[in-house]
Design a protein around this ligand. Structure first.
Ligand code: ATP
Ligand code: MG
Length: 279
């Protein structure tokens, strides 16, 4: 759940001349919005999408607060990855606004505190895990000493220490997924955006990802992730949003939804998206 009653101190420079710089200190309290999506529309236009294009996300509005683990759910094609692609600045919104840490996503600074695991991971297969992580650590400008410590730490966390010097081409699907997760954590991000982090993992691997997410939460990190593993989502998430055909169908605390619908998340999901097993 979002931490409430948090007191934060913001120091804002108010002067423009170096010898006249002074700061206003504002003390605020309450939850901090880390991710904000307001009436987001994503419409793809391509030769094969017809004259109106393909509406992938339809006026989506939601917010995620600091310290929350948020499950972003929906059937295949619901618009989850499209939304994440806007959050990461990979594609522009057709309409609407999206901010991270209070900064619009078209400003690169909004992305510095993020870790991202893509739906499909394609890394340089001729690199070893530690070489790959060194590459990403350099992108984030981590100093050498911090970099090596971070690499050791994340490899331990995803349990790939034994394979750290082997090239990624020799990794199994699950090992590649874990190196992706290590990559997402290399900069010690405050917000993790994970597109199906447990895809391709065996039950033990899934359990480990779950415990990594729980650990991140304990450290005060915010996790926004998509998943089709609803049992796991139920265990690990504070809140969920369920999307169908680009539209937000349900948004709420997992425990409250379970109480309200009097069934587990999988059944809620099927009801909300209007799935019926009847022919
Ligand atoms: N580049 C694109 N051009 C045209 N249509 C696209 C493009 N990318 C996605 N779509 C369409 O937009 C819709 C949403 O796709 P998206 O990948 O966001 O769904 P998703 O919820 O991530 O699905 P999944 O669970 O399968 O990963 C789908 O109908 C998809 O076919
Ligand atoms: Mg997707």
């Amino acid at each position: 759940m979002a931490e409430s009653g948090v007191t934060r101190i913001h120091a804002l420079p108010t002067g423009s001349l170096p010898d006249r710089v002074c700061f206003v200190v504002m003390v605020t309290s309450g939850p901090e919005t880390i991710l904000s999506i307001d009436k987001l529309v994503v419409r793809y236009r391509a030769r094969d999408t017809g004259p109106n294009g393909k509406l992938a996300v339809d006026r989506l509005t939601l917010e995620v607060q600091r310290g929350e683990v948020f499950g972003f759910l929906g059937p295949n094609g619901a618009g989850k990855t499209s939304t994440m692609n806007v959050l990461l600045g990979f594609i522009p919104p057709t309409a609407g606004t999206v901010s991270l840490f209070g900064v619009p996503v078209d400003r690169p600074i909004a992305r510095q505190r993020i870790g991202y695991l893509p739906e499909l991971t394609y890394y340089y297969r001729f690199l070893s895990a530690e070489e790959l992580l060194r590459f990403y650590a350099r992108i984030f400008g981590l100093p050498t000493e911090v970099r090596e410590q971070r690499i050791d730490m994340v490899l331990k966390l995803v349990e790939l220490e034994h394979a750290r010097k082997k090239t990624i081409r020799t990794y199994s699907r699950g090992m590649q997924q874990r190196v992706g997760l290590a990559q997402a954590l290399i900069n010690d991000p405050d917000l993790l955006i994970l597109d199906e982090p447990t895809s391709g993992l065996d039950p033990i691997g899934r359990m480990k990802v779950r415990s990594i997410i729980q650990r991140l939460k304990q450290e005060g990190k915010t996790v926004f992730f998509s998943s089709h593993e609803l049992g796991e989502v139920e265990t690990v998430c504070d809140r969920v949003a369920i999307l169908s055909q680009g539209e937000l169908k349900t948004l709420g605390r997992v425990d409250e939804l379970i109480r309200q619908y009097e069934c587990d998340l999988e059944k809620i999901f099927l009801k909300v998206i209007g799935y019926s097993s009847e022919p």
